[in-house]
Write a protein that binds this ligand. Structure first.
Ligand code: DC
Length: 349
């Protein structure tokens, strides 16, 4: 018998993980191996740690081989099973439960790779970046995708619009003139822009006042695009955006999300639509809101914004090389959402 005093307290720790793969022998084997090794690595375990069992489950659409095959070389006791076939559940998914005997104080770090990250936004932080020009539909899509994934949606255009309102009110913005840097920094030092993105319809507060309606005025769209070329203002707003992105899983939409704000985003999309289609959408939006406007002037405004947004020196709008293109011209919102969700859920771990 071992005297109690010499025994350190032990526990059977259960660590979970999930990944997605293609239905081929090599993909199933390599993805399972990668997941297992990541679980060991992140939890500071070696292959010779006291692992008592590994439970392996696969979704029914994976039938090229047993995922457990990928772990044979580790010589651990394994048990395979099949996940129930639930409608809408993540496809081509492999899950592991690793049980290890270790010291009592150790805390499990669960691992979710690739598309499987979306299974547990609370456990594995992920960022979905969506960029695109005005009227492409990116904000509408970003809002729905965030709701479907159960994470926060940050509409960064709203931040630029809020800043534009403040700069107009304080006289820092003057039509046709460059912003005065001293006045700009003074005003921004006394500005608070907050977003309440937990509500179903996100709200924007400027110095404590709800300006969610005001930011949608056509003149604010125009001026937001002009002041957005100022590097100092961008730096100020970048801090707010990076803070949100570093604290939680989120969907962020804007012009420079996949290129500047979150270049390492887990999922990147570039949303576009034809000029005619984008102008028509903007026009219909404004008419619905009771504004009297003609399609031609909407088109002129939009072209001016496109020009400003994509030719400015700092953080211009362009498609990141690793972003997936989503052309919404001939797609309904539902079709675009399912196209994006297919990419997110199907991303190879
Ligand atoms: O997405 P939106 O139309 O609400 O954006 C308003 C303006 O803000 C847009 O014309 C350019 C600017 N913007 C930006 O420069 N960078 C972002 N990440 C988001 C918006």
């Amino acid at each position: 018998m071992i005297p109690l005093g010499t025994m350190s307290a032990m526990q059977l720790l259960s660590i979970r993980g999930a990944t997605v793969c293609q239905n081929t022998v090599s993909s199933i084997e390599s993805c399972t191996q990668r997941l297992y090794e990541q679980i060991l690595l992140t939890n500071n375990l070696g292959v010779d740690s006291n692992i008592s069992a590994v439970f392996v489950s696969m979704t029914r659409d994976l039938d090229a081989c047993f995922a457990a095959r990928g772990l044979r070389k580790y010589d651990v006791p394994m048990f395979s099973s099949v996940e129930p076939n639930i409608k809408g559940a993540l496809k081509r998914c492999i899950r592991l439960l690793v049980q290890v005997n270790c010291e009592y104080t150790k805390v499990a770090q669960h691992i979710y790779l690739g598309g499987a990250k979306t299974l547990r936004p609370d456990k594995a932080k992920f960022v979905v970046a969506m960029d695109g020009p005005a009227g492409s539909g990116k904000s509408t899509l970003a809002k729905i995708i965030a709701q479907r994934l159960g994470v926060v949606h940050l509409d960064t255009g709203a931040l630029y619009r809020a800043a534009a309102i403040k700069l107009i009110k304080t006289g820092v913005y003057k039509e046709g003139l460059t912003l005065d840097l001293d006045r700009l920094s003074q005003v921004l030092a006394n500005t608070t822009i907050k977003m309440d993105y937990d509500a179903l319809i996100s709200r924007v507060y400027l110095d404590g006042i709800d300006i969610s309606q005001d930011i949608r005025e056509p003149n604010i769209s125009r001026i937001a695009s002009i002041v957005a070329s100022n590097p100092f203002l961008r730096q100020y707003l970048n801090k707010i955006q990076s803070q949100v992105a570093s604290q939680q899983s989120c969907v962020i939409d804007g012009r420079d999300i996949g290129t500047v704000i979150a270049p390492n985003a887990d999922f990147k999309f570039f949303v576009k639509a034809s000029e005619q289609e984008r102008a028509k959408r903007r026009y219909n939006d404004l008419v619905r809101k009771g504004q009297s406007i003609d399609l031609d002037s909407v088109m002129v405004d939009m072209k001016e914004r496109d020009y400003n947004d994509s030719t400015r020196e700092v953080a211009p709008l362009y498609q990141a090389s690793d972003a997936i293109l989503v052309d919404t011209t001939d797609r309904t919102v539902v079709q675009s959402v399912s196209y994006i969700m297919r990419h997110i859920f199907g991303k190879n771990g």
